[in-house]
Design a protein around this ligand. Structure first.
Ligand code: NAD
Ligand code: MG
Length: 297
């Protein structure tokens, strides 16, 4: 835990020690992470940068999405929390933190790889929050497969539906409701430019997200709706422990970055807040890399 306003050496701000080997099933739970992640629970201080905004955050139960939900709430936004039903225990903790910040938390469990459910998130936001101003699309699926021969069509398809098709569904559904000044933030990855050999499907979806966002940003600019992307590097979250990486690769996770350590979800929150707030009014179609210093195109 660190204070986001205190000058600190970023190299030593968080652990650069080896992580213990661990493996989770399903989407993975923050509750079961062997080394706890920092989502800014104890440190993030808001300053009214999103006062009165109505936000949808997908993948809001854990990892980066949890950090974003906490930060959005502390900046003054009400939040619909999207996550998978298996993650209820994590989502309940986030909802409690949003409410502690004095904001509304709406729990919306379900599978965004299902078109009907994904689209229904927008009706939920409009009904429960009275409209929609911000979308932080953070949910993602990452399952490593060593050999292309073992990558099933079903798994390939699920990765694309979760990471790419769901974005199309929720954004298309949201457009009639988004006012000028609204902001859409999608989540890409360093994998879009430096793909791992064992993440063929995942890495491809992240490149697609960057390109989709740049295309959409131009289309929506005249309507006053901005579209941007955050591209994280190696961040300590359940995604990585639940099939995102081979368990043995987790040990040195993030140590290859110039800063020499994995990032924490808390270090991503202010990137989303910046892109959500009016402070980034002249920024659209941009990808903000938060990756420990790895060069990007
Ligand atoms: P995470 O596991 O904490 O979050 C991912 C979330 O996606 C899950 O909590 C789950 O709620 C949601 N999700 C997955 N499939 C879903 C489905 N079918 N329906 C509904 N929700 C679903 O992990 P994270 O690392 O915080 O991931 C957040 C985003 O960051 C993802 O898009 C991921 O690709 C991206 N990312 C992560 C890293 C990293 O190193 N952790 C690096 C680059 C990009
Ligand atoms: Mg989760």
């Amino acid at each position: 835990m660190t204070d986001q306003y205190l000058m600190t050496n970023p190299v030593t701000q968080y652990t650069s020690e080896d992580f213990p080997e661990q493996q989770q099933d399903g989407p993975g739970l923050d509750a079961d992470l062997a080394v706890k992640a920092d989502h800014g629970e104890k440190s993030y201080r808001g300053s009214g940068r999103l006062t009165g905004r109505r936000a949808l955050v997908t993948g809001a139960d854990s990892g980066i999405g949890r950090a974003v939900a906490i930060a959005f709430a502390r900046e003054g936004a009400d939040v619909v929390l999207s996550y998978l039903p298996e993650e209820q225990i994590d989502a309940d903790e986030v909802a409690a933190l949003v409410r502690e910040a004095g904001r509304k938390a709406v729990l919306a469990p379900g599978d965004i790889a299902d078109e009907t459910f994904a689209r229904s998130l927008i009706a939920t936001a409009v009904r429960e929050l009275g409209g929609l101003d911000l979308m932080a699309n953070v949910a993602g699926r990452q399952q490593f497969v060593e050999d292309l021969a073992d990558l099933t069509s079903e798994s390939f398809d699920k990765t694309f539906r979760t990471n790419v098709s769901a974005l199309f569904w929720v954004i298309q559904e949201a457009l009639p409701h988004l006012p000028p000044g609204a902001s859409i933030i999608n989540t890409s990855s360093i994998q879009a430019y430096s793909p791992s050999p064992i993440l063929v499907d995942y890495a491809s979806t992240k490149a697609a997200i960057n390109t989709m966002s740049k295309s959409l940003a131009q289309q929506l600019a005249p309507r006053g709706i901005r579209v941007n992307v955050v591209a994280p590097g190696p961040i300590w979250t359940p995604l990585q422990t639940a099939g995102g990486q081979p368990p043995e690769a987790l040990k040195e996770f993030g140590q290859q970055t110039p800063l020499g350590r994995a990032g924490q979800p808390a270090e991503l929150a202010s990137a989303y807040v910046y892109l959500a707030s009016q402070e980034s009014s002249y920024v659209t179609g941009e990808t903000l890399n938060v990756n420990g210093g790895m060069p990007t195109p």
